[in-house]
Structures are given as structure tokens and as C-alpha cells.
Design a binder for this molecule. Structure first.
Ligand code: GDP
Ligand code: MG
Length: 601
């Protein structure tokens, strides 16, 4: 295709503002998907995506479009629509998808207005020099206020309110006009057709039948069906088995030229060999320089995953191996816990990523799992000048600590004016530092904070939502690390540390954590033959203590020697319970107690 006839674009929006629905209408209107094949959110292929209504992996689809109105009426174009994941955990993938486009549709729900992810995605799009078309969606809703929000949008991106298009992804109204505008306003791709090929990988997915399918945008040159390919970050070469475009199912084609968007299949079995952000070139005519912006995915949040039934451990390992094929960001290594047995320490991009993996393990692989409280990655410098990266609080280095560093994020909170006080209070109590505050309109405020990531991963979002009656929205991006007054709190049962409950917390919050955990465990752990102290400690210093009193009577005592069947039942019950007991030192703890203590924290 002549690059002049190509337009590459993406849709960016806050979650639920209607991106997938609008994409569906575009598929229909361009005739790519026939009416009878249409199902809601056609491009959200994973089950979890469709159920949760979120887009996890981006996808690209080629839409033929003949302009309907105006001076270009009757002219035919190829529009490549690149769907981007909307959630902060996946912002690196979003930024790579944006780098594959010349333009972005900034979609805003006309009943909601601008939200935090609208802003975060807009900033990413501007960083990538994309042209923006502001679009108000859901104008069919009675509660829509397009005039009000057109003002807000124009104020934000510096245009006129009339320049905002108005559409309904639900009814299809305005969508043909939008497709015309895409042709008119977005630049055709530039790039040197004669140069050695450079293709940007913006997505990479594992398919059980075909291996890894790599989605690329050609920036320069041309890749042909017979080429051998080189991945520029590693120098690895691969044979090209198939190349094509998505419309909306994969369709082979002989070559991909400048500006085109398509897929490559090389027979590799692991997405790590074909990483998002990497540059693909041809072995016989390699490019000198890779495209900019590549970085390795870096886990931000760690958690231990354990099978509830210890005999499921090999299955858990197999399941993780399978998921890894499709997820370059997932890392894990075996770990043993005195409390929970054999499991894995897993690294994730963020909490949503963790939840998705957990849910897939339980659902697709039929595993019952218990996960330890998530923690961030700490860097500890000791006075002997050694440095330790801590991904598991129970492996905190012993020895004299010089300083501890924790990851921080730059958070953007958008809130109606009335809740500014509440938002500030929450951020303050979480050790936030205010960076700035702007009025986007008379009643909508943008607050920017630096916050420790560790403070955000525990119910920050829930609190924010409940304290602002659901009106505030949040987005954040990693922003380096800071030194902080952090300590490791251990929970001891009869003098033995219970690894699963060790936590790294701020000094001011250590006492509260200790009290909370010891109280909780006292209620959950049954009495033993002897008295069992439950203590919280920082090093050798005890900061909280509870006691489980010794058991006075045996389990049959309350039967008064009477009902024999009842007696037997009790004995059996006790036997069954014993099987699931974990020994911590001399103390027997039912596994349920650990599960309950972990799941309600
Ligand atoms: P996404 O998270 O941005 O992909 O949003 P979805 O496309 O999944 O839409 C979120 C919700 O808004 C769904 O319940 C849609 O049915 C609904 N929705 C999307 N577009 C429209 C629209 O134009 N009008 C109305 N009334 N509802 C819409
Ligand atoms: Mg969606």
C-alpha cells in the first residue's frame, strides 16, 4: 500500500468510556466484520478481558475506508487501528502502541468528562508527538453533557470546543464522520522505503498452534515473506514463517512496506524472544540503529503464590511455565515457606497484573491458591557497603542497615472540587508529597503527588473511591526510588518467625501492623497444650504481644462420655483437621488460620 493511503491510529480513553464499543462499530461500518459475526468487544479476545470489560493485550486491525464526505469523498484508504490496554500496569505497552501511530482519538464519556487515565494517556500520546482528535462518546445517554465537556476538552488540549466530535459507539451515530476525520487530520506515515527495514514490535502474543505472533509497525524499509529476521536487542535471528495483516482475522501477505501494520510468525515459542518495544530488522540488510524507547519489563510488585493442596505444586509450576510463554513481564522462582509449604515468589507489573495471573491460574488451570500480601521491591544498603535487592520481606538482610530505598510513583488524581480535602488527607496519610495542583475547569481539580508505591498497592484506590463517592480517578507511573525510614516487622509464634507474615513497613506504621497481625492470629489459631505467645518484633525488639492460653480440656471432654457417634465424629474431624495442620516450631496451626490471616489483611 502507498504510505500516503495509510493512517495509523489508536483510541485512548479512561476505562469504561467506550473504547471497545467504538472499535466494534468501526469494524462493522468498514465491513471488516459482518453483522452476523459481530459479538460485543470483538477485539478483546481473552475471556477475562471480556468478562471484566477491560483490554489487556493490544491488538491491531486493518480497516479499509472510503471517505464519504468532503473533498476526499470517494478516495480509499487503509486505516490501521491499534487497540491499547487502558490500565496503568500496562503503561509501557500503551506507550509502544502509541509509538506505532501517527494519531490518537481521545475518547471521553460525555456523561463523565475527563478522568485520570484520559490525562495520563493524553500525556503519553503527546510525548509520542501524536495528533489528537478529541471525541465525546455516549451522546445517546440522557445524562450526556457534550457542551460542558467539549469546553473542558478544548481547554485541556488547546483547541476550540466545536472541534470535538460527538459520537455514540452504541448507536453508531457520528462514527462515519469520525473515520473521515481520521483520514483528513492524521498524517500519513513517513519513513524511508529504501532504507534497511526497521519494524517496531508493539505486541507479542503466544498462540498454541502457531507459536508467538508478533505485531509490528514498519517504520522504514520492507520485510518480505522469505526474509530472515534479526531482533536488534539481542541479535537473535529467526526464520520468518509467515507474515500478514489482521483484518480482523490474520491474512497472509507477501510483504509489509513502510507505514504498514501487520504480524510476523517466526516459530519462536516464548514471547521473551520477541519483546514489545524491540526492533526487527532483516538479516541480509540489517539496520544500524534500533528504534528508540525500548526497555525490559520490570516487575514492580511481588507476591508468594502457594497451592492450598501441596500436591498441586507441580501443576502450579507447569501452569506458570505456560503463562510465561505469553507474558514477558511475569517472573517467578521457587520458594518455600514454613507456614505455606512449597510455592513460588512471583513478580508482576502491578496489582491488576497479579490479579489477572492469579485468576487465570485458578480458572484455566483449576488451581486453588493462597497468595501472600503483595510487596514492592526494596534496595537495602548495609554498613559493610553491600547492597541487597529484597523481593521477599522474610529475606531482608541481617546486619546493620545504612539505608533502605523504596520505589515511588508520580500519581495524578482527578477530583471534583468538593473532595480536594479528602484526597489530600488520604495522600498525606500515605506519605505523599504534593507536587502541584491545577483547575481543569471551575469544579474539576488535578492533583499531582509523589507517593511510595507500597502505599498505593494496599486499598489506596478503594479508599480514594469511597472517600470521594466514586468521583475521583487515579493514574500513576513509576518515578524512581527514595530513601525511607523502613523496618522489617516479624511475627513470631512461640518464638519462631512465621515467614509469610514478615513485612517491610514504615517506622511509624510498624506498631499498628504488629498489633493488627498478632490480634488477628490470636483469634484464628486454636489453643495448644501449652501457652503460645504471638509477638511482633523489629529485630530483637518486641513491639506487640498476644497470648494463646493453654488448652484445658481435650476434645472429647465436652461430650460427657455420652453419645458415642458424636464422639466418633469429633475424633474423625480432629484427624482430618490434623492433616492440614502446619507445624511452626512446636505449634500446630491449621492452614485455614494462615489463609484467613492473609486474605483479610
Ligand atoms: P472501554 O473500557 O473503554 O473499552 O469501554 P467499553 O466499550 O467496554 O464500554 C463500557 C460500557 O459503556 C459498556 O457497558 C458499554 O455498553 C457502554 N457504552 C459504550 N459506548 C456507549 C455509548 O455510546 N452509549 C451508551 N449508552 N453506552 C455505551
Ligand atoms: Mg475495552
Amino acid at each position: 500500500t502507498d504510505p500516503q493511503r495509510i493512517r495509523n491510529f489508536c483510541i485512548i480513553a479512561h476505562i469504561d468510556h467506550g473504547k471497545s464499543t467504538l472499535a466494534d462499530r468501526m469494524l462493522q461500518l468498514t465491513g471488516v466484520v459482518e453483522e452476523r459475526q459481530m459479538r460485543a468487544q470483538y477485539l478483546d479476545r481473552m475471556d477475562i478481558e471480556r468478562e471484566r470489560g477491560i483490554t489487556i493485550k493490544s491488538q491491531a486491525v486493518r480497516l479499509p475506508w472510503t471517505v464519504r464526505e468532503g473533498d476526499l469523498a470517494g478516495e480509499s484508504y487503509v486505516l490501521n487501528m491499534i487497540d491499547t490496554p487502558g490500565h496503568v500496569d500496562f503503561s509501557y505497552e500503551v506507550s509502544r502502541s502509541l509509538a506505532a501511530c501517527e494519531g490518537a482519538i481521545l475518547l471521553v464519556d460525555a456523561a463523565q468528562g475527563i478522568e485520570a487515565q484520559t490525562l495520563a494517556n493524553l500525556y503519553l500520546a503527546l510525548e509520542n508527538d501524536l495528533h489528537i482528535i478529541p471525541v465525546l462518546n455516549k451522546i445517546d445517554l440522557p445524562a450526556a453533557q457534550p457542551d460542558k465537556y467539549a469546553e473542558e476538552l478544548a481547554h485541556l488540549i488547546g483547541g476550540k470546543p466545536e472541534e470535538c466530535l460527538r459520537v455514540s459507539g452504541k448507536t453508531g451515530s457520528g462514527v462515519a464522520e469520525l473515520l473521515d476525520e481520521i483520514v483528513r487530520q492524521f498524517q500519513p506515515p513517513s519513513g524511508d522505503p529504501a532504507a534497511p527495514p526497521r519494524a517496531l514490535i508493539f505486541d507479542s502474543v503466544y498462540d498454541i498452534y502457531r507459536g508467538v505472533v508478533t505485531y509490528v509497525r514498519m517504520m522504514d524499509g520492507r520485510i518480505e515473506a522469505r526474509d530472515r529476521l534479526t531482533m536488534m536487542s539481542t541479535g537473535a535471528t529467526h526464520e520468518l514463517l509467515e507474515l500478514g495483516v489482521i483484518s480482523p482475522e490474520p491474512t497472509k501477505s507477501p510483504a509489509l512496506g513502510v507505514g504498514e501494520v501487520g504480524y510476523l510468525i517466526t516459530g519462536v515459542k516464548d514471547v521473551r524472544q520477541s519483546k514489545v518495544g524491540d526492533t526487527v530488522t532483516a538479516l541480509h540488510r540489517p539496520a544500524d540503529e534500533p528504534l528508540g524507547g525500548y526497555s525490559d519489563p520490570k516487575p514492580m510488585v511481588y507476591s508468594g503464590l502457594y497451592p492450598i493442596d501441596g500436591s498441586d505444586y507441580p501443576d502450579l509450576r507447569d501452569a506458570l511455565d505456560k503463562l510465561k510463554l505469553n507474558d514477558a513481564a511475569l517472573v517467578y522462582e521457587p520458594e518455600t515457606s514454613a507456614a505455606l509449604g512449597f510455592g513460588f515468589r512471583c513478580g508482576f507489573l502491578g496489582l491488576l497484573h497479579l490479579e489477572i495471573i492469579r485468576e487465570r491460574l485458578e480458572r484455566e488451570f483449576n488451581l486453588d491458591l493462597i497468595s501472600t500480601a503483595p510487596n514492592v521491591v526494596y534496595r537495602v544498603e548495609l554498613e559493610d557497603n553491600t547492597e541487597h535487592v529484597v523481593t521477599n520481606p522474610s529475606e531482608y538482610p541481617t546486619g546493620k542497615v545504612a539505608s533502605v530505598y523504596e520505589p515511588v510513583v508520580r500519581a495524578t488524581v482527578l477530583t471534583p472540587n468538593d473532595f480536594v480535602g479528602a484526597v489530600m488527607e488520604i495522600c498525606q496519610s500515605r506519605r505523599g508529597k504534593l507536587l502541584g495542583m491545577d483547575y481543569l475547569s471551575a469544579d474539576r481539580v488535578e492533583l499531582r503527588y509523589t507517593l511510595p508505591l507500597a502505599e498505593i498497592i494496599f486499598d489506596f484506590f478503594d479508599q480514594l473511591k469511597s472517600r470521594t463517592r466514586g468521583y475521583a480517578s487515579l493514574d500513576y507511573e513509576p518515578s524512581g526510588e527514595q530513601a525511607a525510614d523502613l523496618v522489617k516487622v516479624d511475627i513470631l509464634l512461640h518464638g519462631e518467625p512465621v515467614d509469610a507474615f514478615s513485612a517491610i513497613v514504615h517506622k511509624d506504621k510498624a506498631y499498628a501492623y504488629g498489633v493488627q497481625l498478632t490480634t488477628k492470629l490470636r483469634k484464628l489459631i486454636p489453643r495448644q497444650q501449652f501457652e503460645v505467645p504471638i509477638q511482633a518484633a523489629i529485630g530483637t525488639k518486641i513491639i506487640a504481644r498476644e497470648n494463646i492460653r493453654a488448652m484445658r480440656k481435650d476434645v472429647l471432654a465436652k461430650c460427657y462420655g455420652g453419645d458415642i457417634t458424636r464422639k466418633r465424629k469429633l475424633l474423625e474431624k480432629q484427624k482430618e483437621g490434623k492433616k492440614r495442620m502446619k507445624m511452626v516450631g512446636r505449634v500446630e496451626v491449621p492452614q485455614e488460620a494462615f489463609i484467613a490471616a492473609l486474605s483479610t489483611s
